[in-house]
Design a protein around this ligand. Sequence first.
Ligand SMILES: NC(=O)c1ccc[n+]([C@@H]2O[C@H](COP(=O)([O-])OP(=O)(O)OC[C@H]3O[C@@H](n4cnc5c(N)ncnc54)[C@H](OP(=O)(O)O)[C@@H]3O)[C@@H](O)[C@H]2O)c1
Length: 186
Amino acid sequence: MADGPARIEGYAIVSEDGMLANSAGVMPDSLKFEADQTFFADGLDHCDAVVHGRHSHEQQPHSPQRKRITLTHAVAALGPDPGNEKGVLWNPAGARLDQVWTALGIEGGTLGVIGGTDAFGMFLVHYNVFYLTRAPGVTLPGGRPVFPEVPRLTPEQVMTQHGLAQQEERTLDAAKGLIVHVWRRG
Ligand SMILES: NC(=O)c1ccc[n+]([C@@H]2O[C@H](COP(=O)([O-])OP(=O)(O)OC[C@H]3O[C@@H](n4cnc5c(N)ncnc54)[C@H](OP(=O)(O)O)[C@@H]3O)[C@@H](O)[C@H]2O)c1
C-alpha cells in the first residue's frame, strides 16, 4: 500500500471453532488469558497505530498513548475522533488507508489490526503477519467469527487462501496449553 504503513500485523485470540466473541457479541472470560494479554500488549507497543471496529478496544495500560483508527459508518470518509485527540474515525468507503496514515502523521511504520470480524477481514490480503492464539477447549457456537468466511472455512483455510502460511508456534502458557500460531506472508 503506497505511502501507508510499511507493515501490517493482526492479533486475535479465538475459540476452537474460530470465534472471537460469543453470540451476544461479547468477548467471554474463557478467551482471556494473562499470557496472551501480555503478548498482545507487547506486540501493540511496537505498532505505530491500531485499527479496530467501533465495538472493539484493547483496554490496556498503554492504550491512551496509542494512535487509534476507529472504523465506523458515522463518517463519510475520515475525521477526528471527538473522544480521542490521538484518534481518527475512518469509513473505508470514502478514504484510503494511506490518507488515514497521513492524517495521523505517520510515515512507514506498523499498523496493528485488532478486530473485530470485518476489520480482520479487510486486511487479509495485506497482513505481513497474523498472530492467532487458540483458546484450548473453548467453543462459542453462533459466535462472532475471526474472519467473515468462518465457520464455512476455518481461520487457517482463510489465511492460506490469502497467501499466509503458518511459520511458527510459540507457547504462551504451557500449563494451560496456550499457543500463538504465527502466520506470515511468503
Ligand atoms: N478475541 C479477539 O481477539 C477479539 C478481537 C476484537 C474484538 N473482539 C470482541 O469482538 C466483539 C466486537 O466485534 P464485532 O466484529 O462485533 O465488532 P467491531 O468490528 O468491533 O465493530 C463493528 C462496527 O465497526 C464499524 N465497522 C466495521 N467495519 C466497517 C467498515 N468496513 N466500514 C465502516 N465501519 C465499519 C461499524 O461501526 P458503525 O456501527 O459505527 O458503523 C460496525 O458496527 C467485542 O466483544 C470484542 O471484545 C475480540
